[in-house]
Structures are given as structure tokens and as C-alpha cells.
Write a protein that binds this ligand. Structure first.
Ligand code: LLP
Length: 428
């Protein structure tokens, strides 16, 4: 049985027992299904077949190297948002021509490295950034491949914190300025304008913003063609949402048809940058109950677990909902459970008001759909070590990240009493 299965008697990932995994590796533990990652990549790739395209997986969703190796083997390219992501992608086997580089605040060092590497495209976010790239490339006697990210002023109808395509958002070149900016970019000796890019938001659950963004970008590419600018591609970003509550989600086929309806008439190659849709449903976060206590009478309880906002930030940051399922279900009456983390913050929640049989200390719970923006946004807050991550496949599992140790936590700090004083006066 591929993927995750939760029955009255057992919880499994690709047939591997999750309770066994938790016992062997401890918790908090991210568990990924290799089969699901491959299947979801292939499903999107197939849905886009019939038109030249490339899936540039958005590394920010999850860039654990072991997962990237799976996607690399499947044929993906990547969308990087920092020099660090580019470095990790290179370690996982991706070549510069597999990489597009987005990001609203690329540093000088990042731009220099990106130009030197000759990436597939640097998605430039402003006229100023185009100017910086042009100067760097000319100094090297080269032409940098750039795409211009436009801000089409489209509401993604998603959570405000992850909507990026509106006029008030910091991303991209305002659509009203974009034609002039692109004409100027095309005339620069250090730049080769190869594409236009837009990403209007994440976790989109309706097709309307997808359609509007795609047709805006396609129409804009047409205007550039009229200006004599021959592009190679349209990059329509990521953003395809998943279902976190089990209700039907946007259909990947419909999503692909919507993109292709806009892109196909342009004759340009289509690039997409999905993150969440590819990896979100491919992982659970296993966490152990460390305390159970009643709150104010009734059947409402706090269920305190060993993973919180340091392991999975989404509920604290966006009020995000993730289903929670016991790995070894108990029988008995249901209670209302506030599943909370161990950190010193009231916002440190995993899921509130969940009806479930009251767990006991030591029980393992699985937090579902944790593959995207889970481990990638984990932190050492309260000196929590980053959790271990297991990739299930081939009839067993492999740790693609070991749990951090106390030595790891202190690796960047001098030993007690150590750390030489840097003489400020001499360096001034
Ligand atoms: N391309 C660009 C330029 C992006 O900014 C993003 C996501 C993506 C692609 C991938 O979007 P996706 O297909 O995953 O929706 N931490 C938030 C999500 C932030 C998304 C940021 N940008 C969360 O946990 O929901």
C-alpha cells in the first residue's frame, strides 16, 4: 500500500509500520514516502505533457538532500530562493541549467555567484536588480540569463501571509512598469532576457487567480514579442494548494489545463515552480505525548507533545490546520483535545479542539501533510535539536537527516570562556 494508511489497528507509510519507526528513531520524526514523492511529481509532469515544460520544484518547501535526490532522479529542475538552496541543490546533483533563482532580496554575493554559475534564469525582482546583474555580467564579459518577475496585482485568495501578487506586496515589478523595464533589460549588453515570471501566492485553492495570473503573463509576453523581444519561457510560479482537511482539493489536471490554455498559444516553454503540491502530502511528523492534563473541567484536555512550533511552525504562524491521527488508536470515549507543543509560547500549538480518544503519555501521534514548509521552517528555538527525517522506500527506511545533537547545537559557538576579542580600533 503506497502512501500513508491509518486503520483501527495500524498506521503505515508505504507498508512500513509508523510505530516501529518511532520506536527505532525516536520522535519528533519526519517520515516521507518516496513513492508518493515520485508519484506526485509524475502526476504533474504528465498533466503538463503535450506542451514543452519543466517543473522547477520550489526548494523552500523542503530541501532535505535525500528528498532532492529523489526529485532529481525523477527529472525535476529546481527553483532556489537563496545561495544556500543553490548550494544544497548542487550537492543533490542539480546542474546550473536546472536552476532558476528567485528572491526579493538577493545579495551582491548571491548575484555574483548566480551569474558566474550561468543558471537557467535569474528571476529579477526590480529594475535595480537587473542593473546589478547587468554590471556583474558585463564585468565578466558575459550575458546573464534573466527573467523579469512581474507583479500582476492579482489576489491569490489565500492566507494574507502567503499572498504575493498584489500591488501592496513587495514582490516583482509592478505590471504597469514592467514593459518599460523589460525593454530596457533587453537592450542591456550584460543581460539575455529569456522569460517572464509571476508567482501570485501559495496554497491557492481556487482556479480563478491561477487563470488570471497565467493569462496576464501570457498577454504580457505577447506585448514583448510586439516589441521585438523573443523570450524562451513563461514561468508561472508555484502555488497549487493541497487539502489539509481531507476535503477535495483543486484537481491537478484542471490546474495544468488552466496554465496550458494561457501558455500554449504563446508557443513559449512553460516553467512551473510547485513546492507544496509535490511534497506536502508525502510526509507526516511523528510526535510523542509527554503530558495530558484537563483544562477547566469538562472533557477538554491539553495534550502536550514533544513537537511544537520549532518542528512545525505552520499552525503557530498561519493558524494552519493539519490533521492529527494516533499511530496506535485507543478505544474509549472521545474528548476535546488541544494538542500543544512544549515551548514557552501560548501560540505553540499543533492543533486545537480536536475530537479524539484521549491519548496517554507515551502515545505517538502523526501530524499529517507535513512535507512542505515543515522541516524547512524548523528552528532551534528553546534549543530544540532539529528533528530526524526518515525516507521510507525499498521495504524499509533511510535517515535522510539525523537528529541534531547538543554538539551540533553548540557547533558555531566558542567553548566556554573562548572567542578572541576582535580589536575594533585596529580594524576601523
Ligand atoms: N515560487 C515562488 C517564487 C515562491 O515564492 C513560492 C513560495 C513557490 C514558488 C512555491 O509555492 P508553493 O507551490 O509551495 O505554494 N511557508 C508558507 C508558504 C510560503 C510560500 C512562499 N513562496 C506555508 O507554510 O504555507
Amino acid at each position: 500500500m503506497a502512501g500513508f494508511s491509518f486503520t483501527a489497528t495500524a498506521a503505515t507509510c508505504d507498508g512500513t509500520d509508523l510505530a516501529t519507526l518511532a520506536r527505532a528513531e525516536g520522535t519528533p520524526l519526519y517520515v516521507y514516502s518516496r513513492t508518493l514523492i515520485e508519484r506526485r511529481y509524475r502526476a504533474l509532469d504528465t498533466a503538463l505533457a503535450g506542451h514543452p515544460h519543466r517543473i522547477h520544484y520550489a526548494l523552500k518547501a523542503n530541501s532535505t538532500r535525500g528528498l532532492l535526490e529523489v526529485l532529481h532522479a525523477a527529472g525535476a529542475g529546481v527553483d532556489a530562493n537563496s545561495g544556500g538552496e543553490i548550494a544544497v541543490a548542487r550537492c543533490a546533483g542539480f546542474e546550473p541549467h536546472d536552476i532558476v533563482f528567485t528572491g526579493v532580496g538577493k545579495s551582491r554575493a548571491e548575484l555574483e555567484a548566480a551569474v558566474a554559475a550561468d543558471l537557467h534564469a535569474i528571476n529579477a525582482e526590480s529594475a535595480g536588480e537587473l542593473d546589478r546583474i547587468d554590471r556583474i555580467a558585463r564585468a565578466r564579459g558575459e550575458r546573464a540569463r534573466v527573467a523579469v518577475r512581474i507583479n500582476p496585482d492579482i489576489d491569490a485568495a489565500s492566507h494574507p501571509g502567503i499572498s504575493t501578487g498584489g500591488r501592496a506586496h513587495k514582490f516583482g515589478v509592478p505590471i504597469d512598469d514592467a514593459r518599460r523595464v523589460c525593454r530596457e533589460a533587453a537592450a542591456r549588453r550584460g543581460l539575455r532576457l529569456v522569460g517572464v515570471h509571476a508567482h501570485v501566492g501559495s496554497q491557492m485553492t481556487t482556479l480563478d487567480p491561477v487563470r488570471r495570473a497565467a493569462s496576464t503573463v501570457a498577454a504580457f509576453a505577447g506585448e514583448l514579442r510586439d516589441d521585438g523581444i523573443a523570450l524562451e519561457h513563461l514561468d508561472l510560479g508555484g502555488g497549487l494548494g493541497i487539502s489539509y482537511d481531507g476535503a477535495p482539493a483543486l484537481d491537478v489536471g484542471e490546474y495544468a489545463r488552466t496554465l496550458l490554455a494561457a501558455a500554449a498559444p504563446t508557443g513559449l516553454r512553460l516553467l512551473v515552480e510547485p513546492g507544496r503540491w509535490i511534497v506536502g502530502p508525502t510526509a507526516v511528523l511523528l510526535t510523542t505525548v509527554v503530558d495530558v492534563k484537563p483544562q477547566g473541567g469538562g472533557d477538554r484536555h491539553f495534550v502536550v507533545v514533544d513537537a511544537g512550533m520549532s518542528e512545525l511552525l505552520r499552525p503557530a504562524l498561519y493558524d494552519a490546520y493539519h490533521r492529527i491521527a494516533p499511530v496506535a488508536p485507543r478505544s474509549g470515549p472521545q474528548a476535546t483535545c488541544d494538542v500543544v507543543g512544549p515551548l514557552c509560547e501560548t501560540t505553540d500549538v499543533v492543533g486545537l479542539e480536536r475530537r479524539m480518544v484521549l491519548p496517554e503519555v507515551g502515545d505517538v501521534l502523526a501530524v499529517l501533510d507535513a512535507g512542505a514548509y515543515g522541516s524547512a521552517m524548523a528552528s532551534n528555538y528553546n534549543r530544540h535539536p532539529l528533528p530526524a527525517e526518515a525516507l521510507v522506500g525499498g521495504g524499509g527506511w533511510r535517515l535522510v537527516r539525523r537528529r541534531q545533537t547538543v554538539d551540533d547545537l553548540l557547533a558555531c559557538e566558542p567553548a566556554a570562556g573562548g572567542g578572541d576579542v576582535v580589536p575594533a580600533a585596529r580594524l576601523a
